[in-house]
Design a protein around this ligand. Structure first.
Ligand code: F6R
Length: 367
């Protein structure tokens, strides 16, 4: 049932190209110029009335939501807030009938996410669910549902469900943008073309998995490390950090790279591993100077970079891993893959139960 892989997690990491293809299948027009989401009941008129978005989820799904915030704000230009589901109800969020609440849940059964959905509906908002399980509680109760077609996810650590949620956000963001006209047909087609290359690009990353296996030595003997990034890379840094914690039990923190010097830099000492995401070209120089700040304190830096920057970055980092080129907004669908593999290899090297980490359940049905 593990199809020749040692663990479900590794199998599921390798299923991501298929999960991307399946999630896109039938949702992109044959000419590649528009998105079709016939499952949505929300009309174009209703979509035009929405002036605020709340994305609510837990854990890894929340991290997909943080990417989703970037995607929607960029494509649709509507303000988006992202909330931890267990906090949402208790902060009296401002929910109006013009608010679209998006809940994200692989299982569709997470108690806090379901409670947030119900609270949003009680306040008169429409709820869109992005979930992997047809017929789940979240799928049944939401007003609209976009199913991710990642297939069953068995490993406790979420991989393909997360990345398929990203694909769902790209599709929905583009659909919304084309519906209200914030992006014209050519711009939508441009993003869709890049999206259709993602499965192949993930395959390219997977083919280099061995490189990461070697890098893992530099991480697994440390008791604490940092993931840093800016913008959408910061959202991915959070997911990388959670993945590492949950299966390798190594403490790590994700930091917005520019925020490090406001206190946390004090924790960087000789040999502290820092994993730096550098996929956003417009933030490149800023990232390099943040990396320099950590190197000056002795950090051992692994850069996750764009292909083509290898030579240039070589003088600023100790190790690097390059991902294929895509549009800045789509990079999380690629950059998360080396981070997943790194966690997997770290867990393996430390002899932990990769698929069933201690203290954790696949679906959290208590608040
Ligand atoms: C981490 C992980 C958890 C879940 C979270 C939400 O790998 O699996 O953080 O993402 O419990 O679960 P769902 O998406 O089922 O609502």
């Amino acid at each position: 049932e593990k199809a020749g892989f040692d663990h479900f997690m590794l199998k599921e990491i390798h299923e991501q190209p298929k999960a991307y293809r399946d999630t896109m299948l039938g949702r992109i027009s044959d000419d590649g110029r528009s998105v079709a989401l016939p499952e949505l009941k929300i009309t174009a008129e209703q979509l035009k009335e929405i002036n605020r978005v709340h994305i609510v989820a837990c854990g890894t799904a929340l991290h997909a939501g943080l990417v989703g915030k970037n995607v929607i704000e960029n494509l649709v230009r509507i303000p988006v807030e992202t909330d931890v589901a267990s906090e949402y109800r208790y902060r009296s969020p401002i929910i109006t009938p013009d608010t679209l609440v998006i809940v994200v849940s692989q299982s569709g059964e997470t108690a806090d996410t379901l409670a947030a959905l119900r609270e949003a509906q009680r306040c008169g908002a429409r709820v869109l669910a992005i979930t992997n399980v047809v017929g789940s509680s979240v799928a049944r109760e939401a007003d609209d549902v976009i199913i991710t077609l990642a297939g069953p996810e068995i490993a406790v650590a979420s991989t393909k469900a997360y990345s398929s949620q990203l694909i769902a956000f790209f599709l929905f963001g583009l659909y919304w943008a084309q519906t209200i006209g914030t992006k014209d047909e050519a711009e939508v087609a441009h993003v869709l073309a890049a999206m259709q290359s993602l499965p192949e690009q993930v395959e390219k990353i997977l083919a280099q998995a061995e490189v990461l296996k070697e890098v893992v030595e530099s991480i697994s003997h440390h008791s604490s490390l940092f993931f840093i990034g800016r913008g959408i890379d910061y959202a991915v840094a959070m997911e990388g950090s959670l993945k590492l914690k949950e299966i390798s039990y190594i403490h790590s923190e994700a930091y917005a790279a520019g925020e490090l010097k406001h206190g946390t830099l004090a924790l960087i000492e000789e040999g502290t591993p820092v994993i730096a995401l550098l996929t956003q070209e417009d933030l490149y120089e800023k990232m390099l100077s943040n990396i320099k700040e950590t190197k000056a304190r002795g950090a051992d830096v692994l850069g996750i970079i764009n292909e083509g920057h290898e030579a240039e970055v070589a003088k600023s980092v100790d190790r690097q891993f390059a991902i294929p080129r895509t549009l800045p907004l789509l990079t999380p669908a690629l950059s998360v893959v080396p981070l997943q593999l790194l966690s997997y290899y770290a867990s393996l090297a430390l002899g932990h139960d990769v698929d069933k980490p201690r203290n954790l359940a696949k679906s959290v049905t208590v608040e």
